[in-house]
Structure formats: C-alpha cells, structure tokens
Design a protein around this ligand. Structure first.
Ligand code: PMP
Length: 345
C-alpha cells in the first residue's frame, strides 16, 4: 500500500515545470528580436502551490513549529499566535491542527472574509482588528497580537525574524533544486518578502557552486530594489523595512517589476502555461523571462534558470483575475495587457 502518515509528509519535493509559451513569445519581457532572435536558455518553474497547504509557506511553518517544540518554546496544549492572514497563516494552521495545538491569527479588518474563513476552516481562531486606529491604540493589530503572544502557553513564530524560516529553504528547497537540475542550475530567481526563500535557497546553491547567480524580484517601490516602501498592490513580496530573515549578501541582483507587469504576466501564466498562480509568481516569472532573454542576447543559451512560484492564483480570483478590480486600479485588461498603469499614475 502507498500512503503517508500525515499530510505534513506531503510538504516539499515540488516539481519543476519548463516555461515555454511565455518565454518564446515575441513580446516577452526583454525579447531582443521579435522575429525569432537567439536561442533561449531553459527556464524552469518550481511550483509551490502543490504543497498541501497550497504554498511555499508550508515549509517554513513545519520547520518553525518543530524547532519551537525542540527548544521547549511550544509545549503540548500550547497556542500559536501570529499576526498574518496569508500563506504563512494557512501553513501554521495546518501544522497546528495536525499536531494538536491551538492557533490564533490576528489580522487587520481589510483582509477579505474568504482568507479569514480558510484559517477558520482549519480550526484556527481569527481576531480581527480595526485598521482605522493608531498603532499605539490597545485595539491595534500590533498591540492585540503582542498581548495574545504574552499569554501563558502562547508562542509567536515571527516569520520576519525566525532563523528557521531561511533555514527551512536551506535544508529543503535549495537541495531539491540542486538535485532536480543535477547541479546544472546557473540562475535562481525568487520574489523577496521576508527574504527567507532567497536567503536560504541562495546560500545553499552558492555553497554547491559559487558561480550560481541569485536574482531577487521585487515590486517597484520596495526597499529591496532601492525604494522607500511606497505602496504597490502585489501581495506577499516587497517590504518597507529590512527583516532579519533577509541575508543582504546573497542576491547578486534585484530586478524591480511594476504591478502592471506583474499582474499582466500572472494572467498570461494561467492562460498560456496553464499555471494558475498568484501575483508574486507572475512578478518572479516576469523577472526570470527578462533574465533569460538577456542571457540569450549574450549567447548564454546553455544557462538553466529556476524561478520559484510561491502560491496559487485561487486566492486572488477577486483581484488579479478580476477585470473590474484591475480596471478600478487602472490596469489594462485587453489584449495589450502590459499597457497597465501603476496605482500612482
Ligand atoms: N509570494 C507570496 C505570495 C508570499 O506569501 C511570500 C511570503 N511573504 C513571498 C512570495 C516571499 O517569500 P519570502 O517571504 O520567503 O521572501
């Protein structure tokens, strides 16, 4: 018989899928010659929505929880408290449920009811805080999560400072990519949020081969690409501060991508590659395809580019895939999708 003992055993070992249509398109980002152009390198997407909780964050959730158990920070009957409503919340809720911990997520009231309901479906409690109060107000998102985390038996993973976040990628995602490409990877591309993915994977790959180039993809305006943290709409990536989990020495280059390009490319990934992925995936894939065309122009068609796609597009059907939402923010949805404007335009 073939089975696993727990759904947690299904985390990781995600496949690599070759990108074809979006890469060979004459309008691809960075395409030098619309009539054909030079031979293109291989671009392989690591499809993280195939994790059981639906995102790359399952990896950090298990690693952070197991480390907290080993360090005595989380004991039987304990409660995991984290201010998140996104993929990390789903990963933590899944791990908590499987291991018998309680889970409380604190999120601002702007988070959609659908996202809160996913967490509740796993048995987690969701505490919703008003966005319209100052950070020092007792009901603010920050104060409520700090108060809950200070209660007896509570433990706050804090994905922005927890070293087990990048470590999970150093121990799993990096080795998987190295083995899957038989050590032939030349470039690794990933979006940067906490920086856990790029720091952990990048460090592992450079230890195997110092020539591997590590490239971050970042929303225009975020600090990683030299911005001040001004607003952008793509979710899960970019920051307005430098988290401890980001190792500034790992990335060789950061490519800034506009919201318009990220969203248009996300939609193309679904329509042309049949990969229904989230907005940060479209952003990272855009950067990877641009890089591939630059490499082709330099005659480097032997390069092997791996891009990590963190989550599924199903969480964004009312946003990136919704014509009304896109046009409300000034993004084009017609045939010339790359003509969209950023929200500040
Ligand atoms: N994309 C999405 C959708 C995410 O939720 C995250 C995590 N914040 C990232 C990309 C970036 O990953 P990391 O935090 O490891 O930098």
């Amino acid at each position: 018989m073939q089975y696993v003992d727990s759904v947690l055993d299904l985390i990781g070992d995600t496949p690599l899928v070759r990108l074809r249509h979006v890469l060979h398109d004459p309008d691809a980002p960075g395409a030098a010659d619309p009539t054909g152009g030079p031979a293109l390198p291989l671009v392989l997407a690591k499809v993280e929505y195939l994790n059981p909780g639906g995102s790359v964050k399952d990896r950090i959730a298990t690693r952070m929880v197991e480390a907290a158990e080993a360090e005595g920070l989380l004991r039987p009957g304990g409660t995991i408290v984290e201010p998140t409503s996104g993929n990390t919340g789903v990963g933590l809720a899944m791990v908590a449920q499987e291991k018998g911990y309680s889970c409380v997520f604190v999120c601002p009231d702007k988070v959609s009811e659908d996202k809160r309901n996913v967490l509740r479906a796993y048995g987690a409690e969701v505490v919703v805080c008003p966005t319209a109060v100052a950070p020092e107000h007792p009901d603010s998102y920050y104060n409520v999560s700090d108060r809950l985390a200070a209660e007896p038996g509570a433990w706050k993973p804090d994905q922005y400072s927890n070293p087990h976040n990048p470590r999970s990628h150093y121990e799993t995602t990096g080795p998987e990519i190295w083995a899957q490409t038989e050590g032939r990877i030349t470039h690794f591309v990933a979006g940067v949020g906490t920086g856990g993915t790029i720091s952990g994977v990048g460090r592992y790959l450079k230890e195997q081969n110092p020539d591997v180039q590590v490239v971050g993809a970042d929303p225009v305006g975020s600090v990683y690409s030299g911005g001040s943290g001004r607003p952008y709409l793509v979710e899960g990536v970019g920051e307005d501060f430098w988290p401890d989990t980001y190792d500034r020495t790992v990335a060789d280059r950061i490519i800034a991508v506009s919201d318009a390009d990220s969203f248009a490319f996300t939609r193309r990934m679904a329509r042309e590659e049949a990969l229904l992925v989230g907005g940060s995936c479209g952003m990272a894939a855009y950067a990877a395809v641009q890089l591939a065309h630059e490499l082709a122009a330099e005659g480097r068609d032997d390069a092997v580019v791996v891009v990590l796609l963190p989550d599924s597009g199903k969480g964004y059907l009312g946003k990136v895939f919704d014509e009304e939402w896109l046009s409300r923010y000034g993004f084009a949805t017609g045939s010339d999708e790359t003509a969209g404007r950023t929200v500040e335009d």
